[in-house]
Each structure stands twice: as structure tokens, then as C-alpha cells.
Design a protein around this ligand. Structure first.
Ligand SMILES: [Zn+2]
Length: 626
């Protein structure tokens, strides 16, 4: 794990021990009041007399940041032998509290009350995890463990009390009890935290068809929603995701899980994101996400991304991202593999499975290429640094993102991996591709979840074993460059180039509709949100040069009330007249008119073919047979 010298301990495969004699930790979560965001937890922890430091999970796997929601604790009482114990927080480590276990005590009884996040809160673990009708229980929010203990050595038994009539789903087997609670299959604390519990009044489980290499393995999509109507899916839904399972099997050749369940929450009142686990994923999106074709493409990319993580991220994990006690800081340097390669396959596999058409893939990739092409942040900060600073960038504001850079190790890495794929094909005269790397790097015994850490050099060594070459030089060129050329070279190696055309990009159009934004970054150089406030400006483009900046509200364009249509008419007019566009902005309590000297007309990113070069992208997107 991480930057201390402990990694040697974890450089061989560590299989979760799983088998548990007597639980070291029992956790009983009472979630019957979850609609009012209140959860009560009773824990018992096996201890020995003397000083004891307990910690609350801080570094959450998959979140790559110290996001354990410490402020969710709204009550904590620790008892031993029937008496309440005093405790004290470590003034230099907010996540640690110290107490003294009295002589003769073999266990602590810990009662914890949790106030869950309400709407408008943060993202990931700090965002809302429940609505009136649905909830996901991330176990890291309802446990404490002894400081320094590897969670994979703590035998745990968990039970849950859910609201009446709610259905429960979890990667761990569920056993209903006589008192109305549900007991989970015994597991280590690491496995428990890796197995969030999904609950909901309106639920639907879609079983998928088995596929090679292990057709008997069960795959399912378990959905809960705020309304029953949101659970409708087209007739071919199960067949499409069964093909995704088959394409992942063809890609990786092995499955490092006993079964796999997508825990899909459809609600406008929970935080929207996906969080990967070995045998499940916690996927949360808008309530109406399954009801139209373009939104379903977005869901397919979300579910495929989290599914790929079962191999890339959970089974094979950068040694620096391990944190066995959830306190050791994570080193995000290799997130261009963990997230970047997942982003690549999470968008390629849905095309191979027929869940997303290749045209949609290209329009999305064009929008990504266009974003990084004009981004001024890429001129001072190399891609590699966005991975290193992930823990800050995840929560950075959208204002100034183009100048600062965001978590670019996701999407900008797509071009890196596309370049590697194209180079493998070219250097081997079509005999190898990135698929061969995947099979080698992610090869495993299959079955029980396991963690096999890796270092950066392992990536280059495995690539060279597929096809000889200086893979480090090629990849570091993408990672260390401060020019968009490396990124565009990745695209061009696959036979495509970025072109700016007056026609709108269909992917960007859909995104604007869903987010109620107006994105004109590639023409006048800004985007606005649903309140007409400028989200960000592109620093060397016309709007910024005229004085526009993030946070200003656009009121009118050439004297007309601001809207996408009014702005587009003004952009066309300026192209003809060569007169600056007059932008009336509100900044604080003041109004100003900014003359925006932009005369090049509408401009949107698209991919166009490079004549005479083979279309390697088409080959990457083609379905594989098992
Ligand atoms: Zn991810």
C-alpha cells in the first residue's frame, strides 16, 4: 500500500480469508428509520484489556481519497462490562479515538448513530445514499476497527433491520431471521465493506444468461427505484447485458468472482456515481435513466465501467492504492491504469456487446478529444499529475476546470490506451492487440475474489511480453506531456482525427439536454449551467478575452434574453457581419456589456477518418467470439 515501505508485504496475491470461526466484530444495523436519514448500529468487538485506538474508515477503496464521511457520526457510546467508557479523539487524526479497555473485559459494545447525508451534499461517500424509497448501505459508514488491523483479518458478522416490505440485495448471501432482521453471510471486514447492501420498496431483479468461460456463474442486475415505472426496461435488456458479460469473459478469459450483481439505484434524490466492488457494484443514476435509448447508453457505460473494475481495480490493483486498515494514505499515481484503462474498456465493451452504437462511441470520443484539445490546463499540468492529485481534483469546483484540469486520468487516458492498442497491432502486423495484454495482465485462478497488486513496471513488462517495444517511452509521452499532441496522436494512430465542424455533436447535444447546460467552449469559449451562470471559460478564447469569467450570469446576447438559440443566432450573425457579439453579464450586483470578438461561426468537435490509414478503432470496437 501506498508510499510507505509496506508494499513488499502485498506483492504476492492475497486471497481474502473468508472463512470465519467466531466473529471478531459483529455489526447490527437498524435501518428502519432510513427514510429520515437515521441509522443506529450496535457493534461488539473482541478486545483485550489496555489502551485501544479505534478508527473510522477514512480512505475508501475505489474513491481514491480520504472520503469516509466522519461527520455522519451523530452518536457514539462505548461500553465494557456494562459500564460506559471515556474516549478521546486524537487531535492530529480526526478518524482515531482512544479508550481504555478495563481488566476482565473481552469485548466492547459500541453503539453508533449515523445521520446520513441529505440532498445537496457531496459526492461518493459524502453524498446522499438514501431516498424515501431506496437506500444503499456502504458498510464502511457503520463500523469501527482497531487501528493498524488489516480488515481482511477481522472476522465479521452483520445483520440488518430494514423498513418493512423493502427488498434487500447484496453480493453476500442474505439469511432472513425470526426477529425480522436479515443476517449476511459471514465475511471478513474487508469483504463486508466490499459488499454494500441495496434496499428498496420498488425492486426488480433481472437474471442474465451464463456465458463462457464459466457458464454456471450467476450475473444479475438488481434495481431499486423511487417509482415502479422507472423499473421498465425494453424486452432485449437482459440479452444485451448477457452479451456484455460474454464480451468481458472473452476479453479477460477468467472471472475473479463467485457471482456478480449490479446494484442499480434509480433515484433523483441520491448522489449519482458508480463504485466498484469485487462481486457487485453500487451504481446510482437518475430515476428516468432506463426510459429512453440515449440515457440507456449512458447506463450501459456506467455498468460496464464498474464491471471492468472487478478485474481492473479490485483484483489487479496498484500497490499504492491498497489501504488495509482504511487509514493508510493512497497513492493515486497509477490511476491512469486503474481508472483510465477501465474508462477505455467501459466504453468499448458496450459497443462490442451492442449496447451502444459505434457512432455514439465516436461522438462521445470526439467530445472528449475536443475538451482536451482546447483545455489550457493541459499546457502546464501533465496528465500524470492529475492522477497524483486525484484526491483534490475529485472535489474541485467546475469553475476554472479547463485551466486547472480535472480528473483527466479517466477520459484523457482513453487516447493513451487507444495508442497502445494501435501500436500493438501495427508492430505485430495485426497479430496482437490490447486484448492480449488484458488476458495476460488480468489472468487469475478464477472464483474467490482476490487482490494481486502491481507496480508501474509490471504494465510495461507485460506489454513487452505481448509485443516487444519501449512501452514505457510511449506511455510516459502521454503522461508527462504538456501538449495536446500526444492525445491527438493516440487518436490518429487508430486512423481518426479531431475535426471542428459547424454541425452539432449528438453526444454533446444529449448531455446539454440532460444537464440543462449550454456548451459553446469550441466557439466563443464558455459553458453555462441551468441558471445561465458561466460554469467555466476557455482562457485563450473570445469570451474570456472580452472579460467573461466563471460565476458571471449571462443575461442577454445582442440585447436579447440569453438562450442557446439566441446565442447561436448571434454567433452566425457575427460570422457574417464581423461585428462583436454583445454579451450582457451580471457579476455580483453589477451589469456589464462585453464585446466578444468571435467571427468563426459554430464549431463542434467530431471525428473524421484519415484517408489511407487503416481504421483500427473499428477493429477495437468489433465483438469478439469466446
Ligand atoms: Zn472507475
Amino acid at each position: 500500500m501506498r508510499r510507505t515501505g509496506l508494499c513488499g508485504l502485498f506483492l504476492s496475491a492475497v486471497v481474502f480469508t473468508g472463512l470465519v470461526q467466531a466473529a471478531d466484530l459483529t455489526v447490527r444495523v437498524d435501518a428502519r428509520e432510513i427514510a429520515r436519514k437515521h441509522v443506529h448500529t450496535d457493534m461488539t468487538l473482541a478486545v483485550q484489556p489496555g489502551a485501544l485506538t479505534l478508527v473510522f474508515p477514512k480512505w475508501i477503496p475505489g474513491e481514491h481519497e480520504p472520503s469516509g464521511p466522519l461527520d455522519s457520526i451523530i452518536g457514539l457510546v462505548i461500553r465494557a462490562n456494562g459500564a460506559t467508557l471515556a474516549w478521546r479523539r486524537d487531535p492530529l487524526d480526526m478518524y482515531a479515538i482512544t479508550t481504555t479497555v478495563p481488566a476482565g473485559a473481552a469485548r466492547l459494545d459500541i453503539a453508533m448513530d449515523t445521520g446520513l447525508a441529505t440532498e445537496g451534499g457531496g459526492v461518493f461517500s459524502t453524498g446522499p445514499t438514501s431516498s424515501e424509497q431506496t437506500a444503499v448501505l456502504p458498510w464502511n459508514e457503520f463500523v469501527m476497527l482497531p487501528k493498524g488491523r488489516d480488515a481482511d483479518t477481522i472476522a465479521t458478522e452483520a445483520t440488518v433491520l430494514a423498513p418493512a416490505q423493502w427488498q434487500l440485495n447484496c453480493a453476500l448471501a442474505l439469511h432472513p431471521q425470526a426477529d425480522g432482521s436479515v443476517r449476511l453471510e459471514g465475511a471478513t471486514l474487508a469483504r463486508l465493506i466490499d459488499s454494500p447492501l441495496q434496499m428498496g420498496r420498488y425492486a426488480r431483479r433481472i437474471e442474465l444468461m451464463g456465458s463462457p468461460p464459466l457458464p454456471e456463474l450467476k450475473h444479475a442486475i438488481s434495481m431499486v427505484a423511487d417509482t415502479p415505472g422507472a423499473l421498465s426496461v425494453p424486452d432485449d435488456f437482459a440479452a444485451g447485458y448477457s452479451r456484455l458479460v460474454a464480451q468481458a469473459g472473452a476479453l479477460f478469459g477468467t472471472r475473479m468472482y463467485r457471482h456478480y450483481t449490479w446494484l442499480l439505484t434509480l433515484s433523483d434524490h441520491v448522489a449519482h456515481f458508480g463504485l466498484e466492488h469485487h462481486e457487485s457494484s453500487d451504481d446510482r443514476t437518475k430515476e428516468d435513466s432506463l426510459l429512453d435509448a440515449s440515457s440507456r447508453e449512458g447506463v450501459a457505460e456506467l455498468l460496464a465501467h464498474e464491471y471492468v473494475h472487478s478485474w481492473n481495480g479490485k483484483y489487479r490493483r496498484p500497490a499504492g492504492l491498497l489501504s488495509p486498515d482504511y487509514q493508510t494514505p493512497m497513492d493515486g499515481s497509477l490511476l491512469w491504469v486503474y481508472e483510465g484503462l477501465t474508462q477505455y474498456w467501459g466504453t468499448v465493451l458496450p459497443v462490442r456487446a451492442g449496447l451502444v452504437p459505434p457512432e455514439s462511441f465516436r461522438e462521445r470520443l470526439a467530445s472528449v478529444a475536443g475538451t482536451y484539445d482546447i483545455q489550457t490546463g493541459g499546457r502546464w499540468r501533465p496528465l500524470a499529475d492529475t492522477a497524483v492529485q486525484a484526491q483534490i481534483l475529485y472535489n474541485a469546483p467546475a469553475a476554472w476546470e479547463s485551466s486547472r484540469r480535472g480528473v483527466d486520468f479517466y477520459e484523457a487516458s482513453e487516447f493513451l490506451w487507444l495508442n497502445v492498442d494501435s501500436e500493438l497491432r501495427t508492430r505485430s502486423a495485426g497479430q496482437t492487440s490490447l486484448d492480449d495484454f488484458m488476458k495476460r495482465f488480468y489472468a487469475g485462478p478464477g472464483g474467490e475474489p482476490a487482490v494481486k497488486p502491481y507496480a508501474e513496471g509490471d504494465v510495461y513488462t507485460t506489454l513487452a511480453s505481448v509485443t516487444p517495444g519501449d512501452w514505457q517511452a510511449l506511455i510516459r509521452r502521454h503522461l508527462d506531456s504538456t501538449s495536446p499532441r500526444a492525445l491527438l496522436a493516440g487518436l490518429e494512430s487508430a486512423g481518426w482525427q479531431l475535426s471542428y465542424l459547424p454541425q452539432k455533436n449528438s453526444y454533446i447535444e444529449t448531455r446539454q439536454k440532460r444537464r440543462k447546460t449550454i456548451e459553446r467552449d469550441w466557439s466563443i469559449g464558455f459553458s453555462t449551467d441551468d441558471k445561465d451562470t458561466i460554469i467555466d471559460t476557455i482562457e485563450d478564447r473570445a469570451a474570456a478575452r472580452a472579460g467573461a469569467g466563471p460565476g458571471m450570469k449571462v443575461v442577454a446576447v445582442n440585447g436579447h434574453s440569453y438562450s442557446a438559440d439566441v446565442l447561436d443566432v448571434a454567433i452566425l450573425e457575427a460570422q457574417k457581419t464581423h461585428k462583436p457579439i454583445e454579451l450582457l453579464v451580471e457579476s455580483g450586483d453589477y451589469y456589464r456589456t462585453l464585446p466578444v470578438a468571435y467571427f468563426d461561426g459554430p464549431r463542434y468537435p467530431h471525428l473524421t477518418r484519415i484517408e489511407g490509414r487503416p481504421d483500427l478503432l473499428a477493429d477495437a470496437l468489433r465483438a469478439r467470439s469466446n
